[in-house]
Ligand binder design. Structure first.
Ligand code: NAD
Length: 519
């Protein structure tokens, strides 16, 4: 008997005890800096001399850990181990599989701040963002465990046919390649991995190069629950080597990927090619980028809208696929909203998030992201009017800090209005009226999230019909989807709309078997 699912509550860091507990967790994570981590394939730990470092983006001279530079051969080895383990794991009962997730949830809850502290150091999350990321990981475990138990009991969905006894089983697919991004280094990685495992698949997990420590911590959490060897294999290394091999191998039955549009499209094409010896058509679950918009009309609560725009654009430095990187404002309120957005943006603090919960924005993830975002700021200065931010932040630690940056009077055709920047850069755009705002909002190749601020019932209903995004929000920000509450995933080039954290998600990791026995 399980209590009903409800999302994990967030930590109140204004409480001195919570603050102290988090500081202790930061110290604990720091005390492990510089360790070396192996690949884990079946029951073997493979230590390599060839390693890469996971560094603190607020201070890149600090090394969180050294991770093995795996090769295509290691990927093959891991896929073989997963294939062997699948022979038995596929028959573990749904109850047994669900229990692994429930135990992982309980343990992660006990060590919540430790996981969040690792997020602060490894990807530069603020305390609140890190706390939410860990809460979401716990939510995925709790939610998918319950969803699997529901799926395991599907016979009643069929129409009774008395001459036969009927049975509908959602059986696993086989070996999955799990390829997550770094930006929700705990939540997305935990969600993708646990969904595959609870449905009876075995996996090879390859965390993003920027956040292998979180991947290790999650994998270790499962191994500590005595998950059988080979069910969850862990390999690190370059995505274009290790990840590419995982996608191409004939042993792989499905790919679960979350990341950029360009890598996702490449995986889609490669996974479609049937390799010699391959006995199935691979399934590809691909969640990709966004160019999400917040719309405001003249009937809206403009203060609420400005706050929503700023939170959507700059939470976690704008490095969310759901980040609201476009504010589309009807002409009559454009000046007022933009003025308020700029003044709210100027109150945001930027710095090392390890310093305390007051720091709102940390660094961007790495030098490559820093250069890319700075490049877009230069492009933006040509395409629009720089209203705030845009300057270079020098620090003694050489952290990858970029100030929250707002451009005004950006045209819908501008590159900063069309391309995913994945950083703290907001493009404010003027629309003639609400129809025009909706047209501009739908005018990119993406379709992930969107928000509308309006008090007009008619316009909200129009947006409900016409705003073509997977996650649409009214009178609230366009980030912060909750597991089980806002099933998450987008349209068009935002991906396959898998709706993570929703009631249909686990079906993607299964195939249905219909069995009839004549009585
Ligand atoms: P990325 O595409 O660079 O990397 C994602 C993963 O793919 C990493 O694990 C990487 O190692 C791996 N990879 C890279 N090249 C590969 C290859 N050739 N073959 C196989 N695997 C390969 O993305 P990122 O920078 O880690 O994440 C940011 C992106 O993710 C943004 O575009 C963001 O919008 C998107 N994202 C989407 C969602 C969603 O739900 N739609 C959620 C979070 C992030």
């Amino acid at each position: 008997m399980l209590p009903a699912y409800s999302p994990e509550s967030y930590t109140d860091f204004s409480q001195p005890t919570a603050r102290r507990a988090f500081e202790d967790a930061l110290a604990l994570v720091r005390s492990r800096f510089g360790q070396r981590y192996p690949l884990v394939v079946g029951d073997q730990r493979i230590v390599l001399d060839d390693t890469f470092a996971s560094v603190n983006p607020a201070n890149p001279s600090e090394v969180l850990g050294y991770f093995a530079n795996g090769t295509a051969e290691h990927a093959d080895q891991a896929l073989r181990a997963a294939t062997d383990a699948f022979r038995t794991w596929q028959y573990a009962s749904a109850q047994e599989r669900a229990r692994y997730l429930l135990r992982a949830a309980a343990e992660m809850r006990r060590r919540k701040h430790e996981f969040s502290a690792a997020l602060v150091y490894e990807v530069g999350k603020s305390w609140a963002e890190a706390d939410a990321d860990t809460a979401e990981a716990i939510d995925f475990f709790e939610y998918y465990a319950r969803q699997m138990l529901r799926l395991a009991d599907s016979d009643h969905l069929l129409t009774a046919y008395p001459p036969e006894q009927l049975n509908l089983q959602y059986i696993p697919l086989g070996v999955g390649a799990i390829i997550p991004p770094w930006n929700f280094a705990n939540a997305i990685l935990s969600g993708m991995t646990s969904a595959a495992l609870v449905t009876g698949n075995t996996v090879v997990l390859k965390p993003a190069e920027q956040s292998p420590l979180l991947g290790w911590m999650v994998a270790e959490l499962f191994w500590e629950q005595h998950l059988p060897a080979g069910v969850l294999n862990f390999i690190t290394g370059p995505g274009e080597v290790v990840g590419a091999r995982m996608v191409e191998s004939p042993l792989t039955r499905f790919v679960s990927f979350t990341g950029s549009r360009s890598v996702g499209v490449g995986i889609y094409e490669k996974a479609a090619r049937v390799q010699p010896g391959q006995k199935w058509l691979k399934r590809a679950i691909l969640e990709m980028g966004g160019k999400d918009a917040v719309l405001v009309d003249e009937t809206a609560d403009l203060e609420l809208a400005a706050q929503g725009i700023v939170a959507s654009a700059f939470g976690f430095q704008g490095q969310k696929c759901s980040a609201g990187s476009r504010a589309i404002l009807v002409d009559s309120v454009y000046e007022r909203v933009v003025e308020r957005v700029v003044s709210l943006t100027q109150t945001l603090s930027v710095g090392s998030t390890a310093a305390g919960p007051e720091v709102y924005m940390g660094p961007v993830i790495d030098q490559e992201a820093y250069d890319k975002i700075r490049g877009y700021i230069e492009i933006g200065a040509q395409e629009g009017k720089l209203l705030t931010g845009g300057h270079v932040i020098e620090t003694e630690t050489n952290g990858y800090f970029i100030p929250p940056t707002v451009f005004g009077d950006v045209l819908e055709t501008a590159r900063i209005a069309q391309e995913e920047i994945f950083g703290p850069v907001l493009a404010c755009m003027r629309a003639r009226d609400f129809d025009d705002a909706l047209r501009i909002a739908n005018g990119t190749e993406y379709g992930l999230t969107g928000a509308v601020y309006s008090r007009s019932r008619e316009r909200l209903e129009q947006a409900r019909r016409e705003f073509h995004v997977g996650n649409l929000y009214f009178n609230r920000k366009c980030t912060g989807a909750l597991v089980g509450i806002h099933p998450f995933g987008g349209f068009n080039m935002s991906g396959t709309d898998s709706k993570a954290g929703g009631p249909d998600y686990l079906l993607l990791f299964t195939q249905a078997k219909s069995i009839a026995e004549r009585l």
